[in-house]
Design a protein around this ligand. Structure first.
Ligand SMILES: *[C@@H]1O[C@H](CO)[C@@H](O)[C@H](O)[C@H]1NC(C)=O
Ligand SMILES: *[C@@H]1O[C@H](CO)[C@@H](O)[C@H](O)[C@H]1NC(C)=O
Ligand SMILES: *[C@@H]1O[C@H](CO)[C@@H](O)[C@H](O)[C@H]1NC(C)=O
Ligand SMILES: *[C@@H]1O[C@H](CO)[C@@H](O)[C@H](O)[C@H]1NC(C)=O
Ligand SMILES: *[C@@H]1O[C@H](CO)[C@@H](O)[C@H](O)[C@H]1NC(C)=O
Ligand SMILES: *[C@@H]1O[C@H](CO)[C@@H](O)[C@H](O)[C@H]1NC(C)=O
Length: 781
């Protein structure tokens, strides 16, 4: 038996304190940099908490001010000033400000919003080459967006909304291969859009609204992940933009589009929001748009669209806003628009509809107007001359004058010439809008969630504990405090002097080692701090007297007291979680897994997480316990210090071998239980429920609902049930490669929460584009 010699181990502890506690004060250069930034911003009130000697890394993050550190460097800086902050006075120098900022070269996320910064973006700025998210909304930056911005190769999100940037968009933007979000709303940019935009294959969100862009939108059909296209308030046109099949939101409002709506829009099965109002679109309005499977908002007001509506047209139940005011539509209003939800807004004045009310034009008005504009769209759309002739003859009954014919001839000729000029443009392929499993689609798209980065909130800093402290907390490791024992060691529950409870793990050590041997592991464990993990608070070593080798290691974790997730969903012991709480718990678990995979290097995979390993705290926040602790794994070499530098390669390798997908499967099993409320203890039970779920995906709402736990069945929204069941089934796919990535899982869950939330508050307001890109994955139907 080893004899504790902790009293003589002070030198060791000191060494450890210095080398281990990662969350201690940053080296002073960073402190000086931050204080200098404060000074350059004229010490504004929102930075009053920044003081000399302050521990920036452990400061409480707020909505307006956050500093996040990782491994002794600053990786995130968020400063949000007062809304509508005025421009800094003339003595402000953006050069010195940025010159100071680049002394934080590890910055990955930078938010400088409403600070009054002005001047051109200095080229020095590009030294922040680790940047992944940049948000400079609401400042007074001016001049061109520098072409050198392309050197920020890791950039995933670029938001320069509401500044005074001017000039053309640099062509080099197209080489930002990781870019997923590009928001340049409300600047003074002009000119045609560079063709290289079509190379941004990772792009999900493109917002260029409220600028002065002109000309045709480049071909965006290879942006297969594009979900949001917002070009509102520009001078773009005349052709309708070509976008990929996954688009959810198209906003072309108030531009100069004047050709017809391509037939392809009828295959956009994920399109929810369509606003092409205030343009000069001509030609037939594709009435099947009313019944697109996802459509909820349809605004084609103030164009010159023609077509005959009929009472029997079908429309999607989710459609809550339809505006086709001031077009050239004839026929009768579809009955389905008028029945259904009373909240639905349907606006249709100034057409030639047979409604009987006076705000409609006579039919002849629409016929004449249509004739004036009605030929061009066909020339644009049709590939064969025969169809053009057909279109002409459809205008029947009216003699098409010689002038019209020759004008038409000129237009067609012009069009063909233009077309020849752009011969190298790829043709859009009319792939059928298959909404089969979308795991592949989302697999490659990445997004760093803020939550993941601001992971370890609200925990005390990691520290070393003394053995006396732990003995006191556990009453000398009294058997009554033992809460678990297994082949890997014991676990005790203790109460510290400050009253807080901790769980103390005492892993079995196979051999004696020196403290040096354990250092990398301890350093690694000290980083395992996340809102959704049962996090490490510290450790303690006990030594052998004779050779000072380590005889025991104690790892101290937060104690989570509110029971396992199972006890809240599938056991009768207590009140059950509501549907929304279940989604929140699942999201927590997914985020915890995401952190284990990507939030630390090397990532921790194959954690074999069970629903009984998920604990809930007093606020019902889910926390994963019993994950794969490195100190306990036999494969210790992996955690040697050298390997820390190979983290991202490790992650790639793990992903290539689908190691990450093992946890995805286990997560799917947890979801099964969460959804159905039935404890799943065997493979057979698992398979049976899984089969039912798979069958229900293609089935109707009520049969899906019947799978949901009776206790919450009546409060869950159909859409959120569908999303949860869909993602659950995908997690449980046999082929690991087919299972979704953890990022997809998180998105889907957040979407489920969002639709559930919307259904509870019955608030049908449209979601902002940015949010929608983050929250809304593509849902399998
Ligand atoms: C700039 O001018 C303001 C007053 O207009 C002053 O308070 C501030 O200290 C000056 N800043 C610098 C960096 O000189
Ligand atoms: C950028 O900043 C604005 C203003 O604070 C905020 O609304 C927006 O969510 C931010 N975007 C991101 C991606 O952080
Ligand atoms: C657009 O930017 C200007 C400053 O450039 C700002 O005053 C205005 O509020 C912004 N408008 C919107 C709608 O964001
Ligand atoms: C934007 O820049 C133009 C010159 O490019 C300038 O005339 C205008 O005043 C600026 N607007 C703001 C709000 O700073
Ligand atoms: C937009 O650009 C056009 C030329 O392309 C110009 O005539 C017009 O004045 C510009 N509008 C604004 C608001 O800058
Ligand atoms: C929709 O219709 C209403 C009522 O006719 C009209 O006032 C409004 O401007 C229209 N909306 C748009 C976006 O054009």
């Amino acid at each position: 038996m080893a004899i504790p010699i902790y009293r003589t181990a002070v030198p060791f502890l000191l060494v450890m304190l210095i080398s281990v506690s990662c969350k201690e004060h940053l080296g002073s250069p960073y402190v000086q940099t931050l204080l200098r930034i404060k000074e350059l911003l004229n010490s504004p009130p929102y930075l009053s908490s920044w003081k000399t000697g302050m521990d920036f890394c452990n400061s409480e993050p707020t909505a307006t001010l956050t500093v996040v550190c990782y491994d002794k460097t600053i990786t995130q800086l968020h400063i949000v000033g007062d809304f509508g902050a005025p421009r800094f006075p003339m003595n402000f120098s953006i050069e010195s400000f940025v010159g100071t900022l680049v002394r934080l070269p590890s910055l990955k996320v930078l938010t400088l919003v409403s600070l009054g910064l002005w001047g051109p973006l200095p080229s020095k700025f590009m030294r922040l080459s680790s940047l992944e998210i940049l948000n400079l909304t609401s400042n007074f930056f001016e001049g061109q967006i520098p072409p050198t911005i392309a050197s920020l190769q890791h950039l995933q999100t670029l938001i320069l909304d509401s500044n005074n940037f001017t000039g053309r968009l640099p062509d080099s933007l197209g080489s930002l291969s990781a870019l997923a979000v590009l928001n340049l709303r409300n600047n003074s940019l002009y000119g045609s859009l560079p063709h290289s935009l079509g190379d941004l294959e990772a792009l999900r969100v493109l917002v260029l609204s409220s600028n002065n862009f002109s000309g045709d939108v480049p071909d965006l059909s290879s942006l297969t992940n594009l979900q949001v296209l917002n070009l509102e308030n520009n001078a773009l046109g005349p052709r309708f933009p070509i976008v990929g099949q996954k688009v959810e939101r198209i906003v072309l409002r108030n531009n100069r589009f004047s050709f017809s709506i391509p037939e392809k829009v009828q295959t956009y099965n994920q399109l929810k929001f369509f606003d092409i109002s205030l343009n000069r679109f001509v030609g037939p309005f594709p009435v099947s748009m009313f019944s697109l499977p996802s459509i909820a908002y349809l605004n084609i007001a103030e164009n010159k669209l023609t077509g005959m509506l009929s009472e029997s047209l079908p429309c999607n139940d989710d459609l809550y806003y339809v505006n086709f005011t001031a077009n050239l539509l004839t026929g009768k209003l579809p009955r389905c628009l008028l029945s259904g939800s009373s909240k639905r807004v349907v606006l249709y004045a100034e057409n030639c509809l047979a409604t009987g009310d006076e705000n409609q034009q006579p039919i002849s008005f629409c016929k004449n107007e249509a004739l004036a504009v009605g030929i061009l769209p066909h020339s644009n759309k049709q590939k064969q001359a025969s169809k053009v002739i057909l279109a002409l003859s459809i205008c029947g009954g009216v003699t098409v004058g010689v002038i019209l014919v020759s004008a038409f001839y000129l237009i067609v000729k012009n069009f063909l010439a233009k077309r020849a000029a752009q011969k190298s443009q790829p043709r859009l392929s009319e792939d059928n809008a298959s909404t089969a499993y979308t795991s592949k689609i989302l697999k490659d798209a990445r997004y760093i969630t803020q939550a993941m980065k601001i992971g370890g909130l609200g925990l005390p800093s990691y520290r070393t504990f003394s053995l006396e402290e732990l003995e006191e907390a556990t009453n000398n490791f009294h058997s009554s405090t033992l809460i678990g024992e297994g082949s890997r060691g014991q676990m005790y529950r203790g109460q510290l002097r400050d009253g807080s409870y901790v769980a103390i793990r005492c892993p079995k050590l196979r051999r004696n080692h020196t403290t040096q041997h354990f250092m990398p592991h301890i350093e690694f464990i000290s980083k395992l701090r996340h809102q959704h993990l049962v996090s490490a608070l510290g450790h303690c070593f006990e030594y052998h007297l004779d050779d000072s080798s380590v005889s025991r290691v104690f790892l101290v974790f937060a104690y989570v007291q509110n029971g396992t997730l199972r006890s809240w969903t599938s056991e009768r012991r207590r009140q059950k979680l509501s549907w929304a709480q279940r989604i929140a718990a699942a999201t927590g678990v997914a985020k915890g897994i995401q952190f284990l995979h990507t939030g630390i290097v090397p990532g921790i995979f194959a954690n074999n997480i069970k629903i009984t390993d998920v604990l809930l705290d007093q606020n019902l926040v889910a926390k994963i316990s019993g994950y794969n602790l490195p100190l306990l794994s036999d494969n210790m070499e992996k955690y040697s210090l050298q390997n820390f530098f190979r983290g991202s390669k490790e992650l790639k390798k793990a992903r290539a071998k689908h190691q990450d997908k093992l946890d995805i499967y286990d997560f799917g099993v947890i979801l099964l239980e969460l959804i159905t409320g039935k404890p799943i203890n065997s493979r057979n039970e698992e398979d049976a429920v899984k089969d039912e779920m798979n069958a229900s995906i293609t089935s109707d709402d009520s049969s899906r609902r019947s799978l949901v736990d009776r206790a919450v069945r009546n409060t869950c929204s159909g859409e959120s049930a569908r999303t949860m069941i869909g993602i659950c089934c995908r997690c449980l796919l046999k082929d690991p490669a087919e299972r979704p990535s953890i990022e997809d899982v998180v998105w889907n869950l957040q979407f489920a929460a969002q639709v559930q939330d919307a259904s509870q508050s019955s608030d049908g307001s449209p979601i902002s584009p940015l949010q929608s890109s983050r929250m809304k994955p593509i849902i399998t139907k």
